[in-house]
Design a protein around this ligand. Structure first.
Ligand code: ASN
Length: 478
């Protein structure tokens, strides 16, 4: 039956496949099919006019490298200009520099591009990232941002590989959540936009429009941690890579209102050492994989943005990372007198303190462990011989400071019950407490900011340049 169907394909289809097979620039550069007839589709990036031919760089986004298309002057359509989308059919030959190029036999322009009509990027010009960011819909056409997007894709694959190799199960944590995991009140509340619908759905027990749809307050998730804690108590090792949201009025180069987070949770861990190993195994294997498989693209990207050699991603590969307690970190900072915000023992570290500690450690990642309990959320476990401290950890890295936060979770039913009732969360997080009642086990986990990870790897100054559609206060374009 299958074969019958294949045989009855219209000849038009089979013919065109055999004459000029379509392929990507990446495929061509990988397989080097010299002498073959090929069809390529993409955008014209640079054009050089010579006496008899015009040379056009074709960019299809599959790689940072472009393929030169040589077009005899008599075959050039008037609409083939910088920025247009086009298709070229021809034969692949080697030029005197031993590079493959396509000698075009025919050209078909799909969409013209008239720069004077308002196309924001002129040929051969470089622009400040802030200018480029004003044109989010056309930003992927720039060499810098398309490269970033390819690397972002490679990073998520590397993360998935790291966890799969270690038998972690990927969980899709919900985007809509009834809890504010971190308890810091940085949530966006969600309700239907339709007033009519809200009116219809309001009930006796849920009179507020904010509660009408789901019978309770609902938010955009700030963290998938608690959902992962349920899963870890059945699947042992779990992770998620998904969007998270924070309603913080911060326009800094390190914050977004919507960002992605790699979160992992493991059962049967009750100490910081194992947690640190799991974190550094994640960051080091992921970076190692990227440096092995995407070094060309990483080099290209870092070169165009002028990345600092001081911030070398190889430092992420070399484990174990240095570990310092919060108290010792304060001792180090106290001796320095160079901060805009002075360090106050018992208070959170400011960004400049974090970056100082990384510098102090030779621009290498450093773990800060054993934090005062008041600085960390209610779910972190108290250290048995010093109840004022908790088993929490921050991983500090060059360029961003905190890249990752994690902790051993409070697994004692009575201690957690008390903490929840103190925070007024006992009713709301009844299910979270109940996890500690049936087949309980200790768990530990961590969250790595995905965009910050890109900032560390590539030395990107502004986090808004690591995500396709950045959202930050007063900005949610498109
Ligand atoms: N999964 C984690 O441990 C991340 C942590 N809940 C945070 O948002 O920082």
């Amino acid at each position: 039956m299958m074969n019958m169907k294949l045989l009855s394909l219209p000849c038009r289809y089979t013919l065109s496949r055999h004459l000029y097979s379509s392929c990507s620039v990446k495929d061509i550069l990988n397989t080097q099919p010299e002498g073959c007839k090929k069809k390529l589709k993409g955008w014209a990036k640079a054009m050089r006019k010579m006496k008899e031919n015009i040379f056009v760089d074709l960019d299809d986004g599959s790689t940072h490298r472009r393929l030169q298309v040589v077009i005899p002057k008599n075959k050039i359509p008037a609409s083939l200009t910088y920025g247009c989308s086009f298709e070229a059919e021809g034969v692949l030959v080697r030029n005197p520099n031993y590079q493959l190029e396509l000698v075009a036999e025919s050209i078909n322009v799909y969409g013209s591009c008239v720069v004077q009509d308002g196309y924001p990027f002129a040929p051969r010009k470089t622009y400040h990232p802030e200018y480029v960011r004003q044109h989010l819909h056309i930003r992927p056409r720039t060499a810098t941002f398309s490269s970033l997007l390819r690397l972002r894709d490679k990073l998520s694959s590397a993360v998935r590989n790291r966890f799969a190799e270690d038998n972690f199960i990927e969980i899709n944590a919900p985007v809509l959540s009834s809890n504010d995991c971190e308890g810091a009140g940085e949530v966006f509340a969600v309700k239907p936009d339709s007033e009519k619908l809200v009116k219809e759905m309001i009930s006796k027990d849920h009179q507020s429009p904010m509660e009408a749809f789901f019978n309770g307050q609902t938010y955009l998730t700030v963290s998938g941690q608690m959902h992962l804690e349920c899963m870890a108590r059945a699947l042992t090792k779990v992770y998620t890579l998904g969007p998270t949201f924070r309603a913080e009025n911060s326009k800094s180069r390190l914050h977004l209102s919507e960002f992605y987070m790699i979160e992992a949770e493991q059962a049967f861990i009750d100490n910081t050492e194992e947690l640190l190993s799991s974190i550094e195994k994640t960051t080091s294997t992921v970076v190692k994989q990227l440096l092995e498989n995407s070094s060309d693209e990483i080099g290209h990207y870092r070169n165009i943005i002028g990345a600092s050699k001081d911030n070398d991603p190889v430092n992420m590969v070399n484990v174990p990372y240095e570990v310092i307690s919060y108290q010792k970190a304060c001792d180090v900072l106290e001796k320095e007198n160079c901060f805009k915000n002075s360090m106050i023992r018992g208070k959170p570290l400011a960004k400049e303190h974090e970056l100082f500690l990384v510098k102090y450690n030779g621009q290498k990642p450093i773990f800060v462990v054993d934090w005062p309990k008041d600085l960390k959320p209610f779910y972190t476990k108290a250290i048995p011989n010093n109840k004022s401290l908790v088993y929490a950890v921050d991983l500090l890295c060059p360029n961003v400071g905190e890249l990752c936060g994690g902790s051993v979770r409070e697994d004692d039913y009575d201690v957690l019950k008390e903490k929840l009732s103190f925070a007024g969360l006992e009713d709301k997080l009844h299910w979270y407490l109940e996890l500690r009642k049936f087949g309980n086990v200790s768990t530990a986990g961590f969250g790595i900011g995905f965009e910050r990870f890109l900032q560390v790897l590539l030395d990107v100054q502004n986090i808004k340049d690591t995500i396709a559609f950045p959202r930050w206060p007063h900005n949610c374009k498109m």
